[in-house]
Ligand binder design. Structure first.
Ligand SMILES: Cc1cc2nc3c(=O)[nH]c(=O)nc-3n(C[C@H](O)[C@H](O)[C@H](O)COP(=O)(O)OP(=O)(O)OC[C@H]3O[C@@H](n4cnc5c(N)ncnc54)[C@H](O)[C@@H]3O)c2cc1C
Length: 385
């Protein structure tokens, strides 16, 4: 007879680890994370840029961020592992439509208790004097947004989860899932099998495959996303905000040791599981960077320090968090796109409440429910970077 546990979490990325941590801290006894790779956090979590922001355009994303930022502050104080730098996110636009959208998002964030500031063009330049000032119409800034070390977050979350009692099995890919007549799941993995009262799908870019093991369709699609590193001959190290040119979609942050990390997500990229750097990305950045960051047009990109990974995306750019109606006990915690790091504490909390109390009271999970795609009832996040 195989061992019976309370919860099996499929996937040991930042989401699965956060779920395990939160479950154990809520008093769930037997929580087992099954991770395919030789170590946790080697999937998308290891490829992230490390940004976190409350500046979103929808209530669920703002609320997940606001709650998570407080947890990051606590976790960094306690563990010292996050390299938390609250340099703020500075969002800038030079178009009328951009200003209108920015204003709506600003008002939503303020209404939800986020202290986002509205900036006139001269205030934008005061915060980031290196930006091309021509045509700037407005900006927003939130001082508690910032950057953390993705590896540090994975390690701090893993440590907490293990200390709270979670068992983490690496090199343990889940091969098959089924639900028995006793309402226990049978989880077949590389090293054997387990039975579990609950199974949480936290398989990131592989979420669709894991859901398909139970005959379910979960619309999570991987997209390749790239980051470029530009050397800074001047060696500037003064912290700057994470700067976002909303008109081109280009993001720039400064590394503490000098140099710049540049991001751009082409909305027309096809789905992909390729994690090698896309050469077209560097051309796309070159075509756009001069709009607000002319000083970077001439700075050499260091190809050895560029990288790529996968965004596990959903059609409405919101995560899927909740129990599947078709298979009670099977919980989705997937589809975090480019926001998985920054939303991991909230994701863990939400799943822990669903398991221990049957409902989530910290967040309204209705907009994130798995059934929304079949119902055609989507709220779309537009601040996708
Ligand atoms: C270039 C880039 C930049 C990004 N920047 C940011 C950012 O600035 N801020 C931010 O918040 N987010 C960012 N992200 C997004 C973030 O990395 C993801 O949203 C997040 O890592 C998702 O975490 P996860 O745990 O769901 O997925 P993963 O980290 O991919 O973890 C899923 C795990 O499941 C395992 N797995 C899959 N199938 C199985 C199976 N059958 N059995 C066992 N294990 C399995 C995988 O091995 C993997 O370890 C970025 C992503 C990329 C690629």
């Amino acid at each position: 007879m195989s061992e019976v546990v309370d919860v099996v979490v499929v996937g040991g990325g930042v989401i699965g680890l956060s779920v395990a941590r939160a479950l154990c801290l809520e008093g769930v006894d037997r929580v087992v994370v099954l991770e395919r790779e030789a170590a946790v956090g080697l999937g998308s979590s290891s490829r992230a840029n490390g940004g976190f922001r409350a500046q979103f355009t929808t209530r669920p994303n703002v609320e997940f961020s606001r709650w998570s930022i407080e947890r990051f502050e606590e976790l960094d104080r306690r563990s010292g592992l996050l390299s938390l730098r609250q340099v703020g996110y500075l969002l800038v636009t030079g178009t009328q439509d951009g200003e209108r959208s920015l204003r709506a998002a600003f008002e939503l964030q303020r209404s939800l208790g986020v202290a986002t500031e509205w900036l006139a063009p001269d205030e934008v330049i005061a915060r980031a004097p290196f930006l091309r000032p021509d045509g700037i119409r407005a900006g927003t800034f939130h001082a508690r947004d910032g950057i953390l070390d993705p590896h540090g977050l994975v390690q701090a979350t893993r440590q907490d989860a293990v200390a709270a009692g979670a068992q983490i099995l690496t090199r343990t890919p889940v091969r098959a899932l089924s639900l028995g007549p006793d309402r226990l799941f049978e989880v077949r993995h590389e090293g054997g099998r387990l039975r579990a009262r609950w199974v949480v799908n936290a398989a990131g870019a592989d979420a669709r495959r894991v859901a398909a093991m139970l005959g379910l369709e979960v619309p999570v699609t991987p997209y390749r996303r790239n980051l470029a590193f530009a050397r800074d001959p001047a060696g500037e190290r003064t912290p700057i905000p994470m700067c976002v040119d909303l008109d081109t979609g280009v993001l720039v942050r400064r590394e503490p040791s000098g140099g710049y990390v540049i991001a751009y997500s082409d909305p027309n990229d096809p789905p992909s599981t390729d994690t090698t750097l896309d050469p077209a990305f560097l051309d796309a950045v070159a075509a756009r960077i001069g709009n607000r960051f002319p000083f970077l047009s001439e700075v050499p990109i260091d190809p050895a320090r560029c990288w790529a990974g996968l965004y596990p995306e959903t059609p409405d750019h919101h995560a899927i968090v909740g129990e599947c109606e078709e298979v009670p006990g099977f919980l989705q915690c997937v589809g975090f796109g480019g926001h998985g790091l920054m939303h991991s504490p909230a994701a863990g909390r939400a799943i822990a409440e669903l398991v221990t109390a049957g409902r989530c009271t910290t967040f309204d999970l209705h907009p994130l429910r798995p059934s929304r795609f079949a119902e055609g009832d989507l709220v779309v996040e537009t601040a996708v970077l």
